[in-house]
Design a protein around this ligand. Structure first.
Ligand SMILES: C[S@@+](CC[C@H](N)C(=O)[O-])C[C@H]1O[C@@H](n2cnc3c(N)ncnc32)[C@H](O)[C@@H]1O
Length: 336
C-alpha cells in the first residue's frame, strides 16, 4: 500500500474522490462503503487498489433455507455467485496476501441431512482463482443455539451445529504470516514445567520423539490450534493488546439508542483480530466485501491496520458506526 495514492490519502477521502460508492463513515484508517461489492471492487481495482490488499477477511451471506433480510442464494446459484468473487479478490491482494472466508454449515430443506454446499462452494472458489488452501480453521461457538431445531430439540436425532469453518487461502503457499503474534497464554501445567524444568522425554504413543530439552524454552505463549474458541482463557494476548473488546456492547448500545436493527450474524471481534494479527502488519490494508456490522473494520482499526468495508444494506452499514464510539458520539439521526 505504502506507495499508492490510495495509501497516502485518507481512505475515506480517496474513496470519495474515486467515486467508489456512498460512504457510511470513515476513520483516519478506514472507510465503510455502502453498495454491492462487485462494482465497487472493480472500480477500486481500476483506481489503484489492485495488488494492495494484504488481507481479505470476510463472512459471505451463507446459503440458508430460511430467507434472511440480507438475502441468500442457494444451491448452484450460491456456488457460482461466490466463485465470481474469487478472481476479483485474488487480483486485489498483494502477492503474499491472504483471503480468509468464513462459511457456515448448511442443511438440506426438510431433512436431517447436512448440505455439502458450503464445502463445494469453498472448493469452487479456490479452483476459480487457483488459490492455495493454507489452512482450514474451525470456530467453535459453545454458545450457539441448538439448531437445526427440528432435528436437535424436537426430534432429538441430531446434536447442535456449533461451528463455522474458515478457509485461509492465498495466491502463494507462503503468505505473510506469523503465529508468534497470536500466542495464547501457557496452561498452568506448562508454566509449571517451565519453572521446574522436569518432564518425561522419549517416544510417545503417537511415535513422536520428545527430546530432553524440547520444552524448556519459554516462547512467550502457546501456539494456538486451528480450532478457535474465544472464551476468556484462550484469547491470544496480542489480539487483546490495546483493544476495545467491548466493541460489541458499544454496537448494541448504539443500535438501541437510535432504534437501528442489529445485524443478526455478527462474528466475534476477536475472530477477526486473530487473522488480522497473524496475517498483516500495522499499516497494511484489510478488506471486507460483506461487512455486515463492520466487525472486520473495527478489529483492523484497533490493531492499527487500514481497512475498507463494503456492505450492501444501508441500515447495516450505518449501524457499524456504533463500533467506533468516538465517531458515534457525534451521530445524529437523519430527519425523515
Ligand atoms: C454474514 S453477514 C456478515 C456479518 C459480519 N461479518 C459481521 O460481523 O457483522 C453477510 C453480509 O453481506 C452483505 N451482502 C450480501 N451481498 C452483498 C454484496 N453483493 N455486496 C456487499 N454486501 C453484501 C449482507 O447484507 C450481510 O450483511
Amino acid at each position: 500500500m505504502a506507495r499508492t495514492k490510495a495509501a497516502r490519502a485518507n481512505l475515506k477521502a480517496w474513496a470519495t474522490r474515486a467515486n467508489l460508492a456512498d460512504v457510511a463513515y470513515g476513520t483516519s484508517r478506514g472507510v465503510s462503503l455502502i453498495g454491492d461489492s462487485v462494482p465497487i471492487l472493480k472500480r477500486a481495482s481500476a483506481k489503484g487498489l489492485k495488488g494492495r490488499v494484504q488481507l481479505v477477511f470476510t463472512s459471505p451471506p451463507f446459503p440458508l433455507n430460511r430467507k434472511k433480510k440480507y438475502g441468500n442464494r442457494n444451491g448452484e446459484d450460491f456456488k457460482k455467485w461466490l466463485a465470481s468473487y474469487a478472481v476479483l479478490l485474488r487480483d486485489l491482494v498483494t502477492p503474499d496476501g491472504s483471503i480468509v472466508v468464513e462459511m457456515w454449515n448448511a442443511w438440506e430443506p426438510g431433512k436431517p441431512v447436512m448440505s455439502t454446499l458450503a464445502l463445494e462452494s469453498l472448493l469452487e472458489f479456490k479452483r476459480a482463482a487457483k488459490l492455495f488452501l493454507c489452512q482450514e480453521f474451525i470456530w467453535y461457538n459453545p454458545a450457539r443455539l441448538p439448531t437445526p431445531a427440528q432435528w436437535v430439540t424436537v426430534e432429538r436425532v441430531r446434536v447442535k451445529d456449533a461451528f463455522t469453518r474458515l478457509w485461509w487461502l492465498s495466491p502463494t503457499p507462503k503468505p505473510k504470516a506469523d503465529n508468534r503474534r497470536v500466542l495464547t497464554p501457557y496452561s498452568s501445567s506448562m508454566r509449571d514445567l517451565l519453572k521446574k524444568k522436569k518432564y518425561n522425554s522419549g517416544r510417545r504413543p503417537s511415535e513422536h520423539a520428545i527430546g530432553r530439552r524440547s520444552f524448556f524454552s519459554d516462547n512467550g505463549g502457546a501456539i494456538p490450534p486451528n480450532v478457535l474458541t474465544f472464551g476468556e482463557e484462550n484469547v491470544p494476548e496480542s489480539v487483546l493488546a490495546g483493544s476495545n473488546t467491548s466493541s460489541s456492547d458499544d454496537y448494541q448500545r448504539f443500535c438501541k439508542r437510535f432504534d437501528l436493527e442489529m445485524h443478526p450474524a455478527r462474528m466475534p471481534l476477536n475472530l477477526a483480530k486473530f487473522f488480522i494479527a497473524m496475517c498483516t502488519d500495522a499499516g497494511d490494508l484489510v478488506l471486507d466485501p460483506f461487512a455486515g456490522s463492520n466487525t472486520t473494520g473495527a478489529a483492523a482499526d484497533q490493531l492499527k491496520r487500514k481497512w475498507m468495508s463494503i456492505e450492501a444494506d444501508e441500515d447495516y452499514a450505518n449501524s457499524g458506526l456504533g463500533r467506533f464510539p468516538r465517531l458515534a458520539q457525534h451521530y445524529r439521526m437523519p430527519r425523515s
